[in-house]
Design a protein around this ligand. Structure first.
Ligand code: NAP
Length: 235
């Protein structure tokens, strides 16, 4: 079996930086989620370095098919970074529709739950593995999320999911952690907040290095952590 690292949300801004980071390692990178195209990944990283897995990440069936495919291709996933997620907000709770509430829980919590359920059995069986969930500063400091209650609640719930799951997996040696970025320096954020000081934000490549550390053996004694990665945003 060859070693593989799986990135969920691989078609997004942070996800692409994570794929680029782990494509430099000796593991095959499984790029999972919407918007991943094998030909584009091959052109960037070389044939055989990545496996594109277009997938609805909240679908148990989709994950089952992916896990079967990885077994057929003799890839053992011993690291994963769950970077799928999204943000909707801009109104107080009383004006936040059910659609916003459900979409935040779906994209930030349900994708995490279904991804963990799909990935953990293989890692627990091998008694080896490390998973990092990308939560948010909003999970640790929800009082700064006025106007984005659904987002903050979904990220806080995802963090609780990770920390309780970490406790369940601890004895097996499988580790589960969360990183909490402040604003990430993405093209979408630059165009939404053109007057902001981008130098205070967190670069995707910097987050990829933090995730790389948590997946590595150097972090062998860290599980259940919620690691702030706030860049130059004051605490
Ligand atoms: N950007 C920030 O400032 C910031 C700050 C703190 C935390 N975060 C978190 O960091 C992570 C990455 O953020 P980002 O800015 O890179 O977001 P992004 O560019 O929107 O990337 C997210 C990716 O996940 C995919 N995705 C979401 N739900 C999916 C599903 N159910 N099935 C398949 N694919 C799905 C999206 O596909 P579609 O585009 O097709 O939906 C997109 O490719 C997210 O968890 C986000 O909440 C971001």
């Amino acid at each position: 079996m060859a070693r593989a690292v799986l990135i969920s949300g691989a078609g997004g801004a942070l996800g692409s930086a994570l794929v680029a980071h782990f494509a430099q390692s000796d593991a095959v990178v499984v790029a999972a989620g919407r918007g991943v195209v094998q030909a584009e990944l091959d052109a960037k990283y070389g044939v055989g370095r990545t496996l594109a897995a277009p997938l609805e990440l909240a679908s148990e069936v989709g994950w089952r098919e992916l896990v079967e495919r990885l077994t057929r291709e003799e890839l053992a996933v011993d690291g994963a970074v769950l970077a799928a997620g999204g943000w909707r907000g801009g109104a107080p709770l009383s004006e936040t529709g059910d659609d916003v509430w459900s979409s935040m829980l779906a994209v930030n919590l349900e994708t995490a739950r279904v991804s963990l359920r799909a990935l953990l059995p293989g890692m627990l069986g091998a008694r080896r593995g490390s998973i990092v969930l990308v939560a948010s500063l909003a999970a640790a400091r929800p009082w700064e999320s006025a106007g984005a209650v659904a987002y903050a609640a979904s990220k806080a719930a995802a963090l609780a999911l990770v920390q309780a799951t970490a406790a369940e997996a601890l004895a097996s040696g499988v580790r589960v952690n969360a990183i909490l970025p402040s604003t990430i320096d993405t093209p979408a954020n630059r165009s939404a907040m053109p007057k902001a000081d981008f130098t205070r934000w967190v670069a995707p490549a910097s987050l990829a290095q933090v995730a790389g550390f948590l997946l590595s053996d150097a972090a062998r004694d860290i599980s259940g952590a919620a690691l702030p990665v706030y860049g130059r945003v004051g605490v």
